[in-house]
Design a protein around this ligand. Sequence first.
Ligand code: KG4
Ligand code: ZN
Length: 333
Amino acid sequence: MPVILAIESSCDETSASVCVDGRILSNVIANQTIHEAYGGVVPELASRVHQQNIVPAVQQALLNAKVHKNDIDAVAFTRGPGLLGSLLVGVSFAKAFALARNLPLIDINHMQAHILAHFIADEKPKFPFLCLTVSGGHTQIVLVKDYFDMEIIGQTLDDAAGEAMDKTSKILGLPYPGGPLIDKNARLGNPDAYKFPEPQIPGYDFSFSGLKTAILYFIRDNVAKNPDFIQENIADICASVEKRIATILLNKLKRAAEEYGIQDIALAGGVSANTGLREGLKNLCAEKGWNCFIPKFEYCTDNAAMIAIAGHYKYLQGEFVGQDVSPMARMPF
Ligand code: KG4
Ligand code: ZN
């Protein structure tokens, strides 16, 4: 019955979670609002705020779980990928905590953890399954053969899907992070109002930079004709952009599932909170008779519960790392 303390600090959320025998008992997330003023995450500031938040987040996670620090069996932490300065705070905390209490350390890949978040729920996908992982920095179709045996079969060649959302919102003059605001506005708009191009990329790879340029030129040309164009049409623009991003993602996922003959399909990462994408995947799976796995909202964006559940499975496999471990800004599977 392992008791795992997990730490996540790869970007701008400081999070701590306690997991007992594969059940999540707490998941504390401290968001950093400081970046809003800059229109994006400022790495140096993120690192400093992590330093302020990490101890209170861990204390709160232990309190919420009603677990004493003496009862912890291992410390799991995000090793990468992410911002190096941010990762360093979580990695250093985990190492110090483990050293002081003579506990084993478990290093976790953040992108694998997004996928393993599906094992928090009672209804778990069966191996092998396909996972579309869409976040601010990554867009991947992953063939998940086992907990830590994953193969990326397609990924973005340039911008990530979340980046496309965030950059569109910036063009529209909305504050950072823009993804949730695109979602909110899209609910009131017509997704067929404007047609944006679908890139023709071979295989299961993606490209979003052309779409971003198309949106930029579309807005620029229309604002030149009507200065109030954005204000008057924001809902339709957001709905149309969201629909295009969702169809680009789902068309590739559909083809991958058909060609690999896989029936269990999962969604993961921050963009999996998007209403249009969630609905689109549900409809696709209903139409094809596939089993659909969509994470609860609290497990879509960055959180330590997903690090804890991944840590639980690594603990069972007896896979630990030493005190010489260091963070990795880029970290392959
Ligand atoms: O996984 P995540 O929390 O952090 C990374 O590891 O990158 O993903 C953050 C991304 C951001 O681009 C954010 O705008 C996007 O997820 N996002 C959304 C929504 N919620 C978060 N995009 C569209 N609709 C949403 N509801
Ligand atoms: Zn993430």
